[in-house]
Design a binder for this molecule. Structure first.
Ligand SMILES: *Cc1c(COP(=O)(O)O)cnc(C)c1O
Length: 355
């Protein structure tokens, strides 16, 4: 897929690259930003002033509407470097589509392909030396958009900024995590904004997550708002289970439709498993664990790809899942995706977007 070149992007290269100051063996997630960022402004009903400039501070008005009323959305994507130096972004078209769905729900303008994908491609081309090459490392890409109108009063902003920043990230060795089934607090309700990657969805998760942490769990397993009976997802990742030879993931508009989740369900089908996107009740999961039928449980998201779950707490009782070493499906997925994203094997699905 090639980006169209309709929009002209002004480039202002940095005069002082910070690249030589970065210790690529010690990358704390999200702390070191690459030299450049893409910035686009939306005014008077259209996108204008698209530019790639040195990463740096923005000045904002205290009455900027995103700060007060929360029109603010984002994406998370990763780019990888092949052995021959090729830089490849993993399935960013999916993120572009999802970004525009988030935008529509929050009454924000859509970002056209030539700015979102074309701009991202050009940004990564300029900062290609920032994409780390060691196994397990990647460049994390954060596109985001927020309302910039300087005026109080709840109404859709008349102006927006779309920005893409990137940061090199180290290998992510995720330990298995424990989840607490949340039966009081709610992340999303039918008709709400659960499917969108908007800032407010993360703010609301912090307090209940702290309570779960205090009880000794790493994260929350969210359940439906109405009855707290059906499983939804974890903090910033979708949930996938293997029960027998069936790969199951919760479905519906109250969850964020992850690109990792979609990828894994596609692979499950490809590899001959039964793959189901449907409602999964907490009872089905707990009964399945007790009967020894739940072979695998993991969280799926761009940050870690797969994070195994080893313990689930529900109504004061803990349920333990089988050892990680024996988890045939999730381990195979992780191995396959690692090879595909670093260009070590063929890409039969066209998932690598080459910069
Ligand atoms: C980003 C995110 C995911 C995972 O989506 P990916 O596209 O796979 O990274 C899942 N749930 C929530 C709430 C998220 O914010």
């Amino acid at each position: 897929m090639s980006a169209t070149e309709q929009i002209s992007i002004r480039v202002e290269p940095t005069s002082t690259s910070r690249l030589s100051q970065v210790d690529f063996n010690n990358l704390k997630f999200g702390h070191i930003m690459s030299d450049h960022m893409l910035v686009a402004e939306y005014n008077n009903g259209k996108w204008e002033d698209v530019s790639i400039v040195p990463y740096g501070e923005l000045s904002i008005s205290p009455s900027m509407s995103a700060l007060h009323y929360g029109q603010s959305i984002f994406e998370g994507i990763k780019a990888y470097k092949f052995d021959d130096g090729t830089v490849s972004i993993f399935r960013p078209e999916n993120n572009w589509e999802r970004f525009n769905k988030s935008a529509a729900r929050l009454q924000m303008p859509e970002v056209p392909e030539d700015i979102f994908l074309g701009g991202m491609k050009q940004l990564l081309d300029i900062d290609r030396d920032w994409v780390p090459s060691k196994e397990g490392t990647s460049l994390y890409i954060r596109p985001f958009m927020f309302a910039t109108e300087s005026a109080l009063g709840v109404h859709p902003s008349i102006s927006y900024k779309f920005i893409v920043i990137t940061c090199p990230v180290g290998a992510y060795y995720s330990k298995p995590i424990s989840l607490k089934v949340e039966t009081h607090y709610t992340r999303a309700a039918e008709g709400g904004v659960g499917f969108s990657k908007n800032a407010g969805n993360y703010a609301l998760s912090l307090y209940p997550t702290q309570l779960a942490n205090d009880e000794g769990y790493d994260q929350i397993m969210w359940t439906d708002a109405l009855e707290h009976k059906y499983i939804e997802e974890a903090g910033t990742a979708n949930l996938i289970f293997r029960i027998g030879d069936t790969i199951i993931t919760p479905h519906g508009d109250t969850i964020l439709h992850g690109v990792t989740r979609r990828t894994i369900m596609q692979l499950a089908e490809e590899w001959g498993y039964k793959a189901e996107q449907r409602k999964v009740s907490v009872k089905e999961l707990i009964d399945g664990i007790e009967a020894g039928q739940v072979a695998e449980a993991f969280a799926a998201g761009t940050a870690a790809t797969i994070t195994h779950i080893d313990r689930i707490g529900f109504e004061g009782k803990d349920y333990t899942l089988p050892p990680v070493e024996g988890r045939e499906f999730s381990n195979k997925v992780l191995d396959y995706l690692n090879q595909l994203r670093y260009g070590k094997i063929e890409d039969p699905f066209g998932w690598n977007f080459i910069v």
